[in-house]
Design a protein around this ligand. Structure first.
Ligand SMILES: [Zn+2]
Length: 285
């Protein structure tokens, strides 16, 4: 087995245009070691969390995975599984999926999207409020960092943070929203510190991908086609990504899962019919 490892951190609903004005040193560190690029939600994909996250983690478009909203009934994730499931079931790798948005992790509302990672850590919010979601994300980040640090066999992880999106829905994209994005960046820092605490870290080659699913209107809310809603972003670094290079042309959500396989040295089987492709030419073996 090679020494390639992968962490994907999904932060829900972070506006691309606000990033330069915010204090996000950990995301900046990832971007400086690789790239930060703008992503347009595919024209046929609703700017909603369910469809966008499904495309991120499966590498296929909405017409294939069939997640059209925030209820996942009728999905085809069995045919187009998320990368933590495919890596675990098809390649014998140890994977983790962690977070607090119920249908991603639990058999409710047509979920779970993460069908069979080796390890699943669901820590839901105690209430449907921004404060409860902040507590939830803190617990998710702390627990996931511990798992990353203490599980030498772990190859790949997806960690979901939801408080930023919840804050925008309740309070719009004002000061509380900006503070929540900066808090999410601290959670990213906690996760990166977890990686560095691994006993074998010096011998491992980590790819780190940070991604958001959609933006928000100024007053909070998404689902439409305004630039504020359709603009997402990806930051990534790793052994196949030249530091400081421009973001790949035509960067898409589906590229995340494609790069996840490539980053772990797993050839992409044409039968998976992925719509994304790895970020860098050197990874497109
Ligand atoms: Zn979302």
């Amino acid at each position: 087995m090679n020494n390639r490892r992968l962490l994907v951190v999904g932060i829900d609903g972070v506006r691309f245009d606000l990033l330069p004005s915010l204090h996000t040193p950990h995301q900046d560190e990832v971007a400086a070691a690789g790239f930060l690029g703008r992503v347009e939600v595919d024209p046929g994909t609703p700017t909603m969390s369910g469809p966008c996250w499904a495309t991120v983690v499966t590498g296929v478009s909405v017409v294939k995975h069939g997640v059209w909203g925030n209820r996942f009934d009728g999905h085809r994730l069995g045919v187009f599984p998320d990368f933590t499931t495919r890596l675990a079931l098809g390649h014998g790798l140890r994977t983790l999926a962690a977070g607090g948005w119920t249908p991603l992790f639990v058999a409710r509302d047509g979920g779970p999207m993460f069908a069979a990672p080796s390890r699943l850590s669901y820590i839901g919010p105690t209430a449907d409020t921004p404060e409860a979601w902040e507590e939830c994300d803190l617990a998710v980040a702390t627990d996931s960092a511990r798992i990353l640090a203490e599980s030498p066999e772990l190859h790949a992880a997806f960690v979901y943070l939801g408080a930023v999106d919840e804050t925008a829905h309740f309070l719009g994209c004002g000061p509380a929203y900006r503070t929540s994005i900066e808090t999410a960046d601290r959670h990213l820092g906690t996760l990166l510190a977890g990686l560095r605490r691994r006993p074998g870290h010096a011998d491992e080659e980590w790819t780190v991908i940070v991604v958001t699913d959609h933006g928000h209107r100024d007053e909070g809310g998404h689902g439409g086609r305004s630039p504020e809603e359709t603009t997402a972003w990806i930051a990534a670094c790793g052994p196949d990504i030249p530091p400081g290079a421009p973001a790949p042309d035509g960067l898409r959500h589906a590229d995340v899962a494609a790069h996840a396989y490539a980053a772990l040295g797993i050839p992409i089987d044409p039968h998976w019919s992925l719509d994304g492709r790895p970020f860098s030419a050197s990874a497109r073996r």
